[in-house]
Design a protein around this ligand. Sequence first.
Ligand SMILES: Cc1ncc(COP(=O)(O)O)c(C=O)c1O
Length: 453
Amino acid sequence: MDITKIILDEKEMPTSWYNVLPDLPEPLPPLLHPATMEPTPLPPPLFPSALNEQEFSTERYIKIPEEVQRIYKLWRPTPLYRAYRLEKALNTPAKIFYKYEGGSPAGSHKPNTAVAQAYYNKREGVKRLTTETGAGQWGSALAMGCMFFGLECKVYMVKVSYHQKPYRRILMETWGAKVVPSPSEDTEVGRRILAEDPDCPGSLGIAISEAVEDAFARDDTKYSLGSVLNHVLLHQTIVGQEAMKQMEKMDAYPDIIVGCIGGGSNFAGVFLPFVKDKIEGRKPDLRIICVEPQACPSVTKGPYTWDYGDVAGLAPIAKMYTLGHTFVPPPVHAGGLRYHGMAPIISHLHNLGFIEARAEYQVPVFEAGVKFARTEGIIPAPEPSHAIKVVIDEALACRESGESKTILLALSGHGHFDLAAYDEYLSGRLPDYEYPEEKVKEALASLPKVPRA
Ligand SMILES: Cc1ncc(COP(=O)(O)O)c(C=O)c1O
């Protein structure tokens, strides 16, 4: 009988994260201080020192603390599946594998970093964490992480998602977090934005500004980011390391790796352990494809330049693909992909030619999500459905060419809390959004003027 899924034993779970920084072909540009525009660490009032060290570490492997490993084992190692039914439905000679992170208690890959971040903050005496959340996946993961370590958690949830996805708010509250819609009346930034536009749908950039302002204001509080930064991508590399072991057991190695990108953490988690082989010339033909929404196309349409991580310009400036930190994306259902910028590591590797990027429209993305649900059973979140769309396109290209390529999909989460979006799609009410060119132009006009650029 064909093997449908590979499950590793708990003893086979990786005990270190993989840090790509020492293996990059060229060093990563530094983070810059938002006021002085000089190279800066992560602001110490916002991040514990352990995470600051990890952000810039040159160690190739960083040990996962045992307490974190013990919590990971509640759902890790996660399964790697072969998508026989999808392959058959597409009549493709391609072999499609997917690494599924939807089995975590929060339903996505986000707990891999949430638990680690809560652990390091607790260890350094922090009492309370603030954060932003789009679709609610990150917020719920951090709410759970804080619960495990007895930390308070305050989540600024992008207003459009707060109203579209009440169940994620309830999930966060069940784990003990306090959740407010962003922009909120709780911060200076939020009050200023609401005064200008009371109906502002919010954005991740605004919610980050609120969470950062809140953390700066209190000594017992630090801030936690669910994507973009090097240490977040680092924590996700457990996913790719497991996938690599699992593929080895199936005697397989990917020709193509596909993942969706919001800030880039799930995609990076899967591809970084493999990109080492491409950088070192062992797998020169490995293709690595990231997928973003047409409505928020930072890598495919944005410039690679210096920009703030948040709307208010409180967070460090990073060199990245960006649509401008004041850009407010249309309210697509993949709330986790509505970020104006991209992880510096992914931006850097794309700029060096190691990664391809695609942008997809919302309606064909849901069509791909439904196709996956109707073949493999799992109802994917709208975010990884972007990647599924591209996997299907690549598998169909194999049908045309007759090639039997091996494709690895990063299936970052399930869509059980996104069923209202599926309902819109199934009843033909789901709109597609064009690339908002004028709004991007406007936002790009407010990029910081960095002397070193
Ligand atoms: C299921 C899922 N996948 C992907 C993402 C995108 O984030 P990242 O690019 O950091 O993986 C999110 C963000 O919330 C998400 O919930």
